[in-house]
Design a protein around this ligand. Structure first.
Ligand code: ATP
Length: 334
């Protein structure tokens, strides 16, 4: 479905009083890429809702960069479909790409031009930037990524972090509907990492959609509304971050002083539990929180507090990527 059709469907179902359809900034179906006998990406169905900040996570070699390159039309898929801002690639690239800013590996900057001169060259090739606006757009972008002071120096002498900042500035040169950042904090110091986080937050607040790949789980947890986890070339989980974290941790933490009575009662009820902290951790597989509490109360256990265990992204990521791929979805397509 195109963005326009998506929007129409959303309006229609809202009028009808049901849940509006999601508008997707990017969508892939059955995406596959092979290099000789290496399968880099396989069966990737990615949904990037408009307005989301989606963190793409995965171990080294899991297919993040390859997926991003196919999304941007930089690499031709072996099989499958890509839709960007409602336009099918490769045919619709000319319509979609002017609205997409991207920071991907190896931006083609000229080594003997300054950062500012390089950006002006990029600006001159931007269809959405009028010639008279290039200088100001370049200076604004340099300021935004903290590179104004080094803007006159040759690109060749830039550190890795400065190169990353310049790539980010190029992505931000004109207002975009979608920004795609492949490992944007690679090579950045802590202040650079904070600045990237702020840039992403500003883009999100302005209504842009952001796709960011990262190894930094804490960073993704702090900045993203959605995540997609890749493992061995396939998506093993995707959806809203909060929903995924909840779906990935069906456990209850129970505070009680009657630990042994509680464990015995739960074992008798064939519920998996173990002592943890000042109480128990009870797995909610094959049972529910009310059932667990009923079992404990019936056994005379004094329950002081019971709360759902909230898994961090790190725990979820480890569970998903340390085993064989087993797809889970946080949310059904609406
Ligand atoms: N141009 C290429 N030629 C051959 N193999 C490739 C090429 N590009 C990627 N691959 C392979 O495809 C797989 C996925 O690589 P990709 O770079 O997409 O992973 P990644 O998740 O981005 O990794 P990293 O986190 O290390 O950047 C790897 O096995 C990689 O070696």
């Amino acid at each position: 479905m195109t963005v326009e059709a998506n929007e129409r469907a959303g309006v229609e179902s809202a009028v009808a009083g049901s849940t509006p359809a999601r508008v997707l900034a990017a969508r892939t179906r059955g995406l596959r890429k092979t290099y000789g006998r290496t399968v880099a990406v396989d069966r990737v169905d990615l949904d990037l809702p408009e307005g989301a900040v989606l963190g793409m996570l995965g171990p080294n070699g899991s297919g993040k960069t390859t997926t991003i390159r196919m999304l941007l039309g930089l690499t031709q898929p072996t099989a499958g479909e890509v839709e960007l801002l409602g336009h099918a690639l490769p045919g619709g690239a000319g319509h979609a790409l002017p609205h997409v800013g991207a920071l991907v590996e190896g931006p083609g900057f000229h080594p003997f031009l300054s950062g500012r001169e390089n950006l002006r060259r990029v600006g001159a090739a931007e269809p959405l930037l009028a010639t008279g606006s290039i200088r100001k757009a370049v200076d604004d972008a340099l300021e935004r990524v903290g590179l104004a002071a080094a803007a006159g120096r040759n690109y060749r002498g830039y550190s890795l972090g400065m190169k990353q900042r310049l790539g980010l500035a190029a992505a931000l040169l004109v207002p975009r509907r979608l920004i795609v950042l492949d490992e944007p904090t690679n090579g950045l110091d802590p202040s650079g990492t904070r600045e990237v986080r702020q840039v992403i937050a500003d883009l999100h607040a302005a209504g842009a959609t952001v796709l960011v790949s990262s190894h930094l789980l804490a960073e993704v947890e702090a900045t993203c509304t959605h995540v997609a986890v890749l493992h061995q070339g396939t998506v093993v989980a995707q959806g809203e971050l909060a929903e995924l974290l909840q779906a990935g941790s069906p456990a209850l933490q129970v505070s009680t002083e009657d630990i042994s009575t509680a464990l015995n009662a739960l074992r008798a009820a064939k519920v998996s539990a173990r002592a943890e902290g000042d109480g128990l951790r009870v797995e909610l597989t094959g049972t529910t929180a009310p059932e667990v509490l009923r079992t404990l109360v019936q056994a005379g256990v004094a329950v002081q507090e019971a709360r759902r265990h909230r898994a961090g992204l790190e725990e979820l990521f480890a569970r998903l990527t340390e085993s064989e791929p087993a797809a889970i979805d946080a949310e059904e397509p609406r």
